[in-house]
Design a protein around this ligand. Structure first.
Ligand code: GDP
Ligand code: CA
Length: 326
């Protein structure tokens, strides 16, 4: 079975690690998983290209992630960051550990040598053992794009990089809107549209619907590929009981004028979504408000550990396999 998934960082990576665990226990293999990662969070820091969502996917699927945080490396040290701070180098609000720095240094070196982000990501993925697990990790585009957040302070509008809003401001200043520099001209990376078209199943993990999935959907051709694919498309709600499990998805949704409910998030995907998995606590809210033609199932959606994530991803996969597109 060929499975294709769109993904942001922590929510996407935990779900997909659970999916691999689930697949390893199924008898109907072999299976392949193509992950289309969000690159709207990417940022250049200290001259190095940092791709937070791709890195979270690499570290999580490769067994090197800091479990408690959900991002960054396990067993991390911060000598380089300490040295940078001693020089007064900025920014100091973005945490970069020494092991993590290694990834950004080698990525930046390979990019500077003329390789595309797809080629660089494939090389990084080798080190983390993704090909052996049947996983292909694709950036959504090879063109640098960056999500910016428009804020209004004292009657004046200004834009900051998404990471500054998310990490430094903790999304506490209300966003007026999101602007993704370069996205309208960003061609999908090689393999992205084909992976959607030729998939047997397409899954949307519980990633942030606005600044993770929403950005991938903005890459020209991606939305059309999802509308046109013969594969069933099934999503998992990132909201549990009407609230994001972690992160500030509610602040992102309110910036685009969408309610923080599982039904409203499904509405963002209504033109291509076939199945929607919600938390038990959101079942009643879905009954009244589900977009027409959408098959909804409910199950506990908290990914407390690998076993829970595997069960949830198995439910999403089974829901998809039960939905054949006409
Ligand atoms: P980020 O790029 O690191 O912010 O990660 P993602 O965009 O992939 O995922 C963030 C989303 O994951 C948030 O909106 C959370 O609500 C959601 N999320 C995190 N943990 C869980 C969980 O255990 N269950 C569900 N259903 N959603 C989760
Ligand atoms: Ca992210």
């Amino acid at each position: 079975m060929r499975i294709t998934a769109l993904a942001g960082g922590v929510g996407g990576a935990r779900f997909l690690r659970g999916l691999l665990h689930h697949l390893s226990g199924r008898s109907d293999g072999p299976h392949t998983l193509t992950v289309i990662g969000n690159t709207g969070d990417d940022i250049t820091l200290f001259g190095l290209r940092v791709c937070p969502d791709l890195d979270t996917l690499l570290y999580t699927l490769g067994g090197g992630v800091h479990e408690g945080q959900g991002w960054g490396r396990a067993d991390e040290t911060f000598a380089v960051q300490g040295e940078l701070a001693a020089y007064g180098a900025s920014p100091q609000w973005f945490g970069l550990g020494d092991r993590d720095f290694g990834t950004h240094i080698v990525r930046s070196q390979w990019l500077a040598q003329g390789r595309t982000l797809s080629q660089v990501t494939a090389r990084l993925a080798q080190r983390w053992g993704l090909p052996e697990q049947g996983v292909t990790l694709l950036p959504m585009t090879d063109v640098p794009v960056e999500t910016h957040v428009v804020l209004e302070e004292d009657g004046e509008q200004r834009a900051v990089h998404f990471q500054e809003w998310w990490v430094r401001m903790r999304a506490a200043v209300p966003a007026q809107r999101f602007v993704v520099a370069g996205l309208d001209r960003a061609a999908a990376a090689p393999g992205v549209l084909g992976a959607l078209r030729d998939a047997d199943v397409v899954l949307l993990p519980p990633s942030n619907p606005v600044v993770s999935i929403g950005i991938v959907l903005g890459v020209p051709g991606v939305r059309d590929a999802l509308r046109g694919t013969a594969a069933p498309v099934v999503g998992v709600s990132p909201l549990v009981g009407g609230a994001p499990v972690r992160g500030h998805a509610d602040a992102c949704l309110s910036a685009i004028g969408v309610e923080s409910t599982a039904a409203a998030v499904a509405g963002l995907y209504a033109d291509f979504l076939d199945g929607w998995l919600v938390d038990d606590g959101d079942r009643d809210g879905m009954v009244a408000a589900a977009p027409r033609g959408l098959t909804v199932e409910a199950t506990p959606l908290l990914m407390r550990d690998l076993e829970h994530a595997a069960r949830i991803s198995g439910s999403a996969l089974d829901l998809a396999l039960g939905l054949a597109r006409a």
